[in-house]
Design a protein around this ligand. Structure first.
Ligand SMILES: Cc1cc2nc3c(=O)[nH]c(=O)nc-3n(C[C@H](O)[C@H](O)[C@H](O)COP(=O)(O)O)c2cc1C
Ligand SMILES: [Mn+2]
Length: 528
């Protein structure tokens, strides 16, 4: 079932006892965080703050995905495995062999058609009930300051829309935005994310256009600079760096639109680590089982969800970077200030009495733990397509998504655990996984005590732990360099002779079935 918009979703939550309205006055600075944190940690409901200090008439909606049940409800299913099964069904489509086969495929074809977004006119787009082209001010909205040492107030649940300058393909990513003033914010797309690549591509194109020098060298120089300038750069054939300073590109822009308070499937689509080529409107449409309605922006050539509560339109100026952060992050630590692009607003549109949707992150578990769980379940079938020996995976919430992945595999050849690690480190955003633990298929990776028992017993550390180097999540504060460092794989599978292990491997202890059955029958009499 698809929710029309955020309000429809809020109504459903309320009908199911999953929403609490808070009428007491609270401040958007720290107080909403403290309340939401306590509620999150206790597995409590979604919250609608109706009396936000300094913002009369405005509501803050938070913790919408904050439990397994709500995460499933958000996607219109009883359990997340339902979605995984739909995806498996699609991935397993075989060429139909006759009329009946074709008929059987109709529902799946229907699923695919409903995935395509539908363009509506401004008149039918509630996000345009109020259009503010001048005199707009972000401070109008009850944007949260989340933690005491945060650099300011941050928009924490934005769906950021950009377009690939090469292909024209749209992307939606969730990248937090620090409010600098009423008309500008930070744009925290980390460099491995899709919008960051759109930004670099815009720089490459602008640099090539602006340069009299060899366009290729100019582009490389501009890229190196846009990468923060901190990297060593090989001398160009002309000797020294060609002087296509990013300053020369000032004035060139990449357009950006931001939707806040979308229907839950669209919000979720903005966080899923889909392949860059897959547009998130398609993912949201597939998850909802009905097309996302989109509408043309007023001042930029981008389309946004027509039912969004708030839309911010604007651009980032190529080459303009500014300190962003610190920000109390989902790692449980503050991410320190770093340089990111600046988003300049050209227009704000919103619904009448817009509901401001937010989330807070911090020491887990928080709301995003359940979004991560959904990603884990939904992506398993796609992962199995590429790494078929995978039986199950688990990203324990305490390790915040990418720091630890537990993987069980059906091992059929020597060295397979290491093959699986390398495959995961090569798979989209799974490249960020800092520690991978591989166990045999008979170990339930959802059961952490069982995994710990296997790892502690099954490894000869020097033999079974492997290190590698590669890209690291920008939020990692321990890696030797920002964005670059080491990862560890632990092969906790049973070792084979073919892997050089010549000692006998003992069986795990288990009672035989007959004895179990006899004791089952006797059990009530024992009164234990
Ligand atoms: C609440 C929340 C906040 C996030 N904030 C950021 C962020 O500030 N920067 C970032 O690069 N990714 C952030 N992410 C992760 C991205 O949304 C995620 O990697 C997504 O897949 C990116 O989309 P893309 O692949 O289209 O770039 C956040 C995720 C969540 C759930
Ligand atoms: Mn994407």
């Amino acid at each position: 079932m698809a929710y029309d918009d955020l309000r429809d979703w809020i109504k459903t939550l309320e009908q199911h006892g999953e929403l609490k309205r808070i009428r007491e006055q609270v401040s958007p600075e720290l107080e909403i965080t403290e309340i939401t944190d306590r509620v999150s940690k206790a597995g409590g409901p979604a919250l609608l703050f109706e009396n936000v200090k300094g913002h009369p008439g405005h509501q803050v909606f938070i913790n919408q995905f904050g439990s397994e049940r709500r995460m499933a409800m958000a996607l219109g299913v009883k359990s997340l495995d339902e979605i995984a099964n739909r995806i498996t069904g699609l991935l397993n489509i075989k060429a139909p062999e006759g009329f009946l086969d074709k008929l059987k495929m109709l529902p799946q074809l229907g699923e695919l058609t409903s995935a395509f977004p539908k363009t509506v006119t401004a008149k039918n787009a509630p996000c345009k009930q109020v259009i503010r082209r001048d005199n707009f001010d972000l401070n109008y909205f009850p944007i949260l300051k989340c933690w005491p040492h945060d650099g300011g107030r941050f928009i924490t649940l934005p769906c950021v829309v950009t377009r690939d300058p090469r292909t024209g393909k749209r992307n939606i990513g969730m990248y937090r935005m620090q409010v600098y003033d009423g008309q500008s914010t930070g744009m925290h797309w980390q460099r491995q994310k899709v919008a960051a690549e759109h930004y670099r591509e815009a720089i490459r194109q602008a640099a090539a256009a602006a340069s009299n020098a060899n366009p290729l060298t100019a582009r490389v120089a501009a890229m190196a600079e846009s990468a923060g300038g901190a990297c060593a750069f090989p001398d160009s054939p002309q000797g020294g760096l060609p002087q296509i300073a990013l300053g020369n590109l000032r004035g060139s822009r990449l357009e950006v639109a931001v939707a806040i308070g979308t229907d839950p499937a669209t919000t979720f689509a903005a966080i899923v680590p889909a392949p860059p080529e897959v547009e998130e409107y398609l993912i949201a449409g597939f998850l909802r089982g009905s097309p996302v309605e989109i509408v043309q922006c007023e001042t930029v050539d981008l389309q946004v969800p027509a039912h969004a509560e708030i839309v911010l339109e604007g651009y980032v100026e190529l080459g303009e970077l500014r300190d962003e952060g610190p920000f109390g992050d989902h790692t449980g630590f503050y991410t320190l200030a770093d340089q990111y692009p600046v988003f300049h607003l050209t227009c704000i549109t919103h619904r009448r009495n817009p509901i401001y949707a937010a989330t807070i992150v911090g020491a887990p578990p928080m709301e995003d733990a359940w979004m991560g769980k959904a990603v884990e379940r939904i992506f398993l079938p796609a992962m199995r397509m590429q790494i078929p020996e995978i039986v199950d995976i688990h990203l324990p919430v305490e390790a915040v998504f990418h720091n630890l992945m537990l993987v069980s595999i059906r091992k059929s050849y020597p060295g397979q655990a290491r093959k699986v690690m390398n495959a995961i480190w090569s798979l989209g955003q799974a490249m960020f996984t800092k520690i991978i633990i591989v166990v045999d298929e008979d170990c339930d990776v959802q059961n952490i005590p069982e995994v710990v028992l296997r790892v502690a017993n099954n490894i000869d550390p020097e033999r079974d732990i492997q290190f590698t180097l590669g890209p690291i999540d920008s939020l990692d504060h321990a890696s030797r360099l920002p964005n670059y460092g080491s990862k560890m794989g632990i092969d906790a599978t049973r070792k084979w002779q073919a892997e050089g292990f010549t000692r006998p491997w003992p069986a795990m202890i288990e009672m035989d079935r007959a004895t179990k059955a006899r004791i089952d029958a006797l059990w009530p009499k024992l009164e234990l």
